[in-house]
Design a protein. Structure first.
Ligand code: ZN
Length: 122
């Protein structure tokens, strides 16, 4: 049984780079809006600043030590089942007309975890 925390931990490993690599691996053509066909799409991202990287004594703001990362933002569509991976989706939003695509998280998590430990580019 997986906990709520472990699902969020799994989802936080999906960086924007891995997200786009997944679609490339699955041979999905360039993302464009289903309605207006523009390619001007946005993927919500959440920033993560590692606690260990925060150093108030550091005067440098450009050093590699204070790197933050980000992961693809997701939504919970079924709050009554927060431990189910099926309750979560990604959104890809058209910046022109606002049409929103919803993508189930589990194919991406499965792909990511199947390829974990495999350093080859997929
Ligand atoms: Zn659109």
């Amino acid at each position: 049984m997986s906990s709520v925390l472990s699902i969020h931990q799994r989802l936080e490993r999906v960086t924007p780079e891995l997200f786009t690599r997944f679609f490339y691996a699955k041979k999905v053509p360039e993302m464009s809006c289903f309605w207006c066909h523009t390619a001007n799409m946005s993927i919500p991202q959440m920033d993560v600043t590692p606690v260990a990287a925060y150093n108030p004594d550091s005067e440098s703001t450009s050093g590699g030590a204070s790197q933050s990362s980000s992961y693809v933002g997701y939504i919970c569509i079924n709050p009554t089942q927060p431990t189910s991976v099926l309750s979560y989706q990604y959104r890809i939003i058209c910046k022109k007309c606002g049409f929103t695509n919803h993508i189930a998280v589990h194919p991406i998590l499965n792909w990511l975890e199947e390829n974990a430990g495999n350093n080859r580019e997929v």
